[in-house]
Design a protein. Structure first.
Lengths: 205, 205, 205
């Protein structure tokens, strides 16, 4: 199944991105595993907790924990290599973003919720992993300043919502993933981002 | 209904406070929305997750998401204006604190729990939004050093708990909100705060 | 009951460790209480939220909240004293780690889950309190660099898992606690830690 393959590629890419972040902060192997886990599986977990959708993915299918563990250990071995292959890595990451977001929207819609919540569900699933990664590394989440990351997540949710009554679940999923992926790659290529809100003031409160 | 009006004023004030914090950290529009969302709706969400009280408010009534979105966008337009109207803004914020905390206590009591948990529920509802805001902005939560913020939240919970058997739900709610609001305004006006615990040591652990 | 006594010693030690961390960051009394609460009861709460195991311990038995409150207030009085008794304090902390982790594994196994999840449950219970403490104090979590902390938690989970079919719940619990405690004390004594993954690069992403 194509979607399952893409989903696993996404998990692996997110785990490795977590491992590299942990390495940048000089963590031990536990830290590496923990950050990878939070990056790869945290977004879906927070979505499931907020929407009361139990059991969580990795509780139901613990083999995902092993995938994260192995991916993160491999990442510590081939870190410099990954860094050189940055374009490939960003491609995997974009696949992960599109797949996670679309699946997130699908789950929320499957629980009977509406467009607004489908987009929020997609956004949480697609972007909270990266937020947790940066939070646990004690950095300002990159995503709050990054090229259309969360926007792409919400876009996937909206596309899925509008297309599945016409195209059916299968095709709508692939369609949302495909468009999300392309938009993300274009945003990276041309450094497109949302306008920034800068508010300078003498810190008072 | 007075309480509903006050509640919406609180949501709007908290959203705007989130948006300003995001602007101070130079975030993009997604970051602005995300921080506003966490500030305005995060406290209630964490209470509901901890007390297993589903569905969450914004899942049940997604129009709150739109209120947050609109408020945060408006805040980016009128930021300097808000900053000049600081007193008005703090008043709204104090209303939000008192309303959120009292409603938090009410929900926890409605689930059959006791005074201690009513106070904890009020505290989580009233103060966790601000904690999340500061956490996602990668700052030390202000609330841990601020004028009686969480104390007011717990006070609202306690007042509601003691008064609703005598005054009825309606009146007890207004009473808790009113007293909480006044105490908070006095604390701001006279810069009253809890004693601080300062523990200096050569960092070892 | 020995296990209950050890569990309370753990709660007290974790509360005090939270209070000291709050004091190092010059927080007010609310901050002290909040950080103590998160340190002592946060790990178990997050485990229960992730595994859908409600009600949370402190919701069911609010007297734990009072224990945390009292311990944290006492800690602010005797901070320098605790600091001088560092070895005693680390011993209590190691007891807490071993007891929390083992109980975490027990709960997860009791819900019908397998070895992998028992270890993850033990790890979350034993180590997330410290992670939250550092997060709310806006520091990089110490645990990601510390002597075998989370490793000991997972070890307790694994020992319990392997031994309870043979030894029975009671004895397996004590056995896991005992070995975990000893390994932790040895790791502190000889400064044993996991290998660290250091990945230096010119910050790009």
């Amino acid at each position: 199944m194509l979607i399952a393959v893409l989903f696993h590629m996404g998990i692996i890419a997110e785990s490795m991105s977590g491992a590299l972040a942990a390495g940048r902060h000089k963590m031990d192997l536990f830290g590496v595993f923990f950050i990878s886990f939070a990056t790869a599986l945290g977004g879906g977990s927070i979505r499931d907790v907020l929407f009361n959708h139990y059991p969580l993915l990795w509780v139901q299918s613990p083999h995902y924990i092993l995938i994260v563990l192995v991916s993160s250990l491999i990442a510590t071995r081939i870190a410099y290599f990954i860094n050189r292959l940055e374009r490939l890595f960003l491609t995997f990451d974009a696949i992960g973003l599109a797949v996670f977001s679309t699946i997130g929207a699908k789950i929320v819609i499957g629980m009977g919720y509406d467009l607004t919540l489908a987009m929020i569900g997609a956004m949480i699933t697609g972007s909270f992993g990266g937020i947790l990664r940066d939070l646990f590394c004690n950095s300002m989440p990159l995503i709050f300043r990054k090229e259309l990351y969360a926007f792409v997540a919400m876009l996937c949710g909206a596309i899925y919502w509008f297309s599945y009554p016409f195209l059916g679940e299968e095709l709508a999923t692939l369609c949302a993933i495909g468009i999300g992926f392309i938009v993300r790659m274009i945003a990276i290529r041309y450094k497109i981002s949302l306008p920034t809100f800068i508010f300078e003031t003498k810190e008072k409160s």
